[in-house]
Design a protein around this ligand. Structure first.
Ligand SMILES: [Zn+2]
Length: 560
């Protein structure tokens, strides 16, 4: 393969050390040398003068499992500087999956990922049943970025228990069948085992995602099966009832790191996330590897009442879950249903996505011109003006428009002082882009550019070097990704060339490029000049290149 010489770049090597101006020589997909005095000629010379060069961003929390089967470019991540993505987070994988369970698996994903069933039906290429077969498909078809894949608990549970997976506790024999699948996946090269106990994660018909039915015995058995391989990360999105001390006991027994999502700051319970981080820090002092996934983006979601993700985790919302059409409209109009929701929102909770902050819910788009004056108004504003209850305002407006009104809610992580403390916490990892999921709700695939531009450059929460370390070396070490995450001789040439004076992400906008014409939200890069994966350029200053190479590698060999 031909060589590339980056001349006069401000090189951030990923260790957190201050940058140094110099040249970087790339050969055969790897960094050959870093510094001054390198050969003056190369097949291609990139005059970096004034621009910064860093290792590519490692996105440790994505859900590209389905999308990657029809879009090997995993848009929009490569254009946003991401060169490695970890898939299968929260355990929502499409492998393993028996052919008879495909429809059920897609229906579950529709609910948790914010993609229409039609998108998934037309989009997913099902050339596999087992996890090793899925990895073989990924390897065969290639991808624009490097991919590491968890084996997912909900997929494993559905494979063994079928329709019963979201309904009951598993028997001993079912648990041992699940263990065998986890062992087989680790042997094939899974990055670890992922699960969710979060009440926000519901599937088809409003049933919980299957992993939520696991008892502690099953959870422990599967983590221990993963650990037999001597490697692997145990990842979970934690419900309020899952204690850090239980997770610490799993880390202690298995000797494996535990990655805990989703640590987001809530204005109504501002201490909760710091209690979790303190408990994680205490566990680390006892020698147990726990790390908390935090986000550098405010959690803002667009939604309609056809799929109102922010409220679907409420106990009182249960009667509406899984309903469609007239049946759904009838429940939303029902007085006692609404009273139940109001009562729950008024009660205290350890963790809740939406907490009745009506001044943070806005009407984005109305379906009928008669309501257009409400666009950009908050529900609180409308309620005050009309002297009505805010829940009634939101539901009545939606009902009058066949549930097509688009709302946006600023849910969590909007207190910048608190988020800054979380981002700098020694036991946190900056993550949670959720790229590939919640496609119609939000898009944080540009989280890395946002960390560097907004938090480091604009707010000075951390140095640019430290922001880069948190996006590169730290996640590479957390997963044992050998030879990645640094600009160093012998390391893979996963590189991001950018302007440190302008780097950031654009505001979100809607595009209609999914299979079956489905829509998603996306963001563009600002200040990115080029992205290379294993020495091949996949994006430039205009974004993903036309016919960009599928330069990514499927990562299946991790350090212990
Ligand atoms: Zn997730």
């Amino acid at each position: 393969m031909r060589d590339i010489l980056f001349k006069n770049a401000l090189v951030f090597d990923g260790t957190g050390a201050p940058p140094a101006t110099g040249d970087v020589l790339v050969e055969d997909g790897r960094v050959r040398a870093v510094g001054g005095g390198l050969p003056a000629s190369a097949h291609r010379i990139v005059a970096a003068d004034g621009l910064a060069l860093m290792p590519g961003i490692i996105d440790s929390h994505t859900h590209f499992d389905a999308q990657i089967t029809w879009d090997p470019y995993v848009r929009p991540s490569p254009a946003l500087g991401v060169t490695t993505a970890v898939i299968g987070n929260c355990g929502f994988t499409i492998a393993p999956c028996k052919s008879k369970d495909r429809e059920l698996t897609m229906r579950n994903l529709t609910q948790v990922e914010g993609m229409s069933l039609e998108v998934l039906r037309q989009g997913i290429a099902w050339d596999f049943e087992t996890f090793p077969e899925y990895l073989a498909q990924l390897r065969r078809r290639g991808s624009a970025v490097n991919i590491a894949a968890y084996v997912g608990h909900s997929g494993v549970r559905t494979f063994v228990m079928g329709q019963d997976a979201p309904k009951r506790v598993a028997s001993d024999s079912e648990i041992s069948q699940m263990q065998a699948i986890v062992r087989e996946a680790m042997e094939a090269g899974a990055a670890g085992f992922a699960t969710s106990t979060s009440p926000a994660h519901n599937g088809e018909g409003g049933l919980p995602m299957p992993s939520r039915l696991a008892d502690e015995r099953e959870m422990r058995a599967l983590v221990m099966a993963m650990a037999e391989s001597g490697r692997g990360v145990y990842m979970l999105t934690k419900g309020g009832h899952t204690s850090i001390s239980f997770l610490e006991s799993l880390a202690a027994d298995s000797g494996r790191p535990v990655m805990i999502a989703a640590l987001l700051h809530s204005g109504t319970n501002p201490q909760a996330v710091f209690d979790d981080l303190d408990a994680i820090a205490a566990a680390n002092k006892r020698g147990h590897r726990l790390v908390g996934q935090v986000s550098c983006c405010p959690l803002t979601m667009d939604f309609t009442m056809l799929s109102p993700y922010p409220v679907e985790g409420l106990q009182s919302w249960k009667p509406a879950l899984g309903l469609h059409g007239d049946a759904l409209m009838a429940v939303l109009a029902n007085r006692s249903f609404r009273d139940g929701v109001r009562a729950e929102l008024a009660s205290s909770a350890k963790f809740r996505l939406f907490n009745g902050e009506w001044d943070k819910v806005q009407v984005v788009e109305t379906a009928f011109p008669v309501n257009a004056s409400h666009e950009q108004q908050t529900i609180a504003q409308i309620a005050r003006a009309e002297q009505r209850d805010p829940l009634d305002v939101m539901l009545d407006l939606a009902l009058s428009e066949d549930l097509r009104t688009v709302f946006t809610a600023q849910l969590l992580n909007s207190d910048e002082e608190a988020v800054a403390r979380m981002l700098n916490h020694p036991n946190s990892i900056v993550s949670l882009s959720d790229a590939g999921a919640h496609l119609t709700f939000f898009n944080d695939a540009g989280f890395g550019l946002h960390l560097i531009g907004h938090w480091a450059r604009e707010l000075g929460t951390m140095s640019i070097s430290e922001a880069i370390r948190r996006l590169t070396q730290q996640p590479a070490q957390a997963f044992g990704m050998r030879g990645r995450g640094l600009i160093r001789a012998g390391y893979a040439a996963d590189l991001l060339l950018f302007d440190p004076g302008t780097v950031g992400r654009s505001s979100k906008h809607r595009v209609f490029d999914l299979p079956a014409g489905g829509q998603r939200l996306t963001t563009d890069a600002i200040g990115v000049h080029g992205v290379w994966v294993n020495g091949q350029q996949v994006a430039d200053e205009n974004g993903l290149r036309d016919s960009a190479p599928l330069a990514g590698e499927l990562l299946t060999s991790f350090a212990a």
